[in-house]
Structure formats: structure tokens, C-alpha cells
Write a protein of this length. Sequence first.
Length: 262
Amino acid sequence: MGGKIIVTREGGIATVTISNPAKKNALNLKLLGELSRAFGELKNPDIRCVVLRGEGQEAFCAGYDITAIPAGGSGEAQVLLSSNPFDDMIRAVESFPAPVIGMLNGFAFGGGLEMAVACDIRVASDQAVFGMTPARLGIIYRPSGLMRFINVIGLPATKELFYTARKVSARRAVDLRLVNRACPPEELEQVTYEMAREIVDNAPLSIRGTKRILSMCLEFRGLPPDEAREAEALIRQCMESRDLSEGKKAFLEKRKARFTGR
């Protein structure tokens, strides 16, 4: 199976690139494992934002490589059924402690679109096209995947997307809340990394704590006692931090804050 995952870093921003251009950056078991490992290895306080993208201009990710789907009785098929490496990869993206921006530099279909939805923010080329086509393949999407779309775009839009299986333009994707912003292809990188730098400049304890609490709220639709205590601890950590003092001081002095994550 071909392709590779490329990780680069510049300051507090890491870029994770899916590089499988011959297959329009389609995923396979090898790439799923490499993506999960890449996000696992980036889990440190120095990385304050990750940009996830596909190589080239044509595709963010074409989904799972149909030619790589194994025969029903093969050993690889059993791996897919038992450990579910696709879900492992989605969780690695979704649960990453710092914000993840999906830079949708081309079309995204099927599992590629779910991977984009697992990102915190999606910035798309206005020439990008999106779609969920399980209905065209005669399959039913996983409940966890359906819930992920419901959480992001709501039930009516999820029904439209999955029932019609039609291709969606970037403009329509903005209307459906599939993407946060669409811009011309030549501006996509600039817009994406400007947003990443804005995130990096903010207080990391606040960002990470907010992301974790939002995740818990979506998952439980209200916080059980243990999670409520965790949320309170995250809030208290920010309230007692040096960064809060620095943020207040910088605001009063009308200057850019110098946050350290402490």
C-alpha cells in the first residue's frame, strides 16, 4: 500500500500532510496507522495548533482507497473489523488536545470528509467539492460517524448529505456548516495559517481546556459528576495561571500577550 504521512513544524504550528497523490490522497491501513501515530507523537504543550491537509491541489482526501478494501475472509479484513483503525485515526484527530484545522485544498469524500469533520475548524478552497456516498455504495454508515456529522452540521443537514449522496460545492458546504470558511485556492494557505497563528497567540491552557470541555459537552449532552469536576479543574487551572495575569496586563497595556502555557 502506498502513500505516506509527512509532519513538519514551525513554531507552535505542526502540519500533517496526507501524501498519496496517485490515489487522490485516499486512505489505506498503512496511512491510517501513520496518521494515528503522527497525532500521538505531536501531543506536547509546544504544539498549539495542527493543520491537516492533503498533498497537492486536487484532493484533501478521497476517502478509503476502494482498491485497498480487503476480501471478506482475509486477515486484513479481520483487522478492520476488530480494531477498527479508521475509528482509531478519527479519535486521534478529534481528541488531539490542541485545535486542528482542516485545510481542504480539494475534494473530500466519504471517510475523507468525516476526517475533515473531526477537525475543529475547516477552511476550504472555493473550488473544493464534498460528498458522503455510502447510499451510492449500498452501505450504512457507522453510528459514531453519523453522530459526528449530527454534532457538527445538525440532523437535517446530515439527512440531506447522506440521503442524497450528492456532491456539495464549497458555497453550499458553508451553508450546511460543513466548512467554516471558503476562499480562492491561491489564498487558502495564507488564510489557514493566519488562523493557526491567531490560535497559537492565545493562551494555551484556555484553548486546550475549552476544547476538552466542548468535547465532553458534545459527547454527554451535559456533564456527569466526574466530568463536571474535570471541567472545573480545567477552568481553575486557567484562572490560577500566569497566562491569565499576562493576558489581563497585555489587554490593559494594549499590546500582544506573551503566553507561556503556565
